[in-house]
Design a protein around this ligand. Structure first.
Ligand code: ADP
Length: 241
């Protein structure tokens, strides 16, 4: 059996040197794909994700069209080369679940009633997985939707809080996810102050849960600011051209 690694060192820092409330280095870019209506690339440390959005466009197959709003479809997929052991390219139960929870979070902010009988298709492709792929994917999808010009009530920033060696930590990576006691991904719409995705794997006390929500919101607000800046910078570049 593999021995559990030290997750919180004697100096109180995490295995990768971060403070408990510190995010991984985050990078974002929008408008990276020419053939999609909107696209984004997001990195949370070693987790690297691309999101592409098409729509609003004609629905195929047609009988799925909704008379009063747009049909929103989402596919979360991990590339076969995204993990150390080769992952099967066929959609797994986990990918089907993550596609659903990400779609439900985004449905809550998209003004789908503005586009009846159309579809908005969201594709999330994990290029490299190191923990937090659903939260990185949600951030990327939200940016890609904004890049496609789809009207939304707010942007959603995703981040996971975990409990490792009894300590609550922000933005857990794969090692912390694997050996930690709890993993709680959230999707937070910071301007309207609403949580659009909340999952919990593991056990937290009520007090820990409250603190974990606060820690996640604080981290998500930083990510949210970076998202806004990324979108803003793109339009500044267009104006300057
Ligand atoms: P999330 O990526 O949202 O944290 P999980 O908690 O299910 O979702 O997965 C945690 C991490 O475990 C992933 O980010 C990834 O690094 C790794 N992982 C997930 N599925 C696989 C897989 N099929 N093969 C190898 N590693 C995986």
């Amino acid at each position: 059996m593999i021995e559990k690694p030290v997750l919180i060192r004697d100096d109180g820092l995490r295995h990768d040197g971060r403070r408990p409330d510190e995010l991984r280095p985050i990078k974002m870019q929008v408008g990276i794909l020419k053939n999609a209506d909107g696209s984004a690339y997001v990195e949370y440390g070693g987790t690297k994700v691309v999101a592409a959005v098409y729509g609003p466009r004609e629905v195929h197959p047609r009988h799925l069209a909704l008379p009063d709003r747009a049909l929103i479809r989402c596919r979360y997929h991990m590339a076969p080369f995204s993990t150390s052991d080769r992952k099967s390219p066929a959609p797994s139960r986990r990918e089907i679940e993550l596609s659903k929870v990400i779609r439900e979070a985004l449905e809550a902010v998209i003004f789908s009633e503005l586009f009846p009988r159309t579809s908005i298709d969201i594709f999330i492709e994990v290029l490299q997985a190191d923990g937090g792929t659903r939260t990185t994917g949600l951030t990327a999808a939200s940016l890609a939707l904004a890049d496609a010009g789809i009207p939304m009530r707010d942007l959603i920033a995703g981040v996971a809080v975990g409990k490792v060696d009894g300590v609550l930590v922000l933005d857990i990576d794969e090692l912390e996810d694997e050996y930690g006691e709890a993993d709680m991904p959230i999707g937070y719409a910071a301007s309207i102050d609403e949580i659009m995705l909340l999952q919990l794997n593991g056990v937290l006390t009520l007090e820990e849960f409250r603190r974990a929500i606060e820690l996640a919101k604080e981290g998500a607000r930083k990510i949210y600011d970076q998202m806004k800046k990324t979108l803003h910078d793109k339009y500044l570049k267009i104006i300057e051209k």
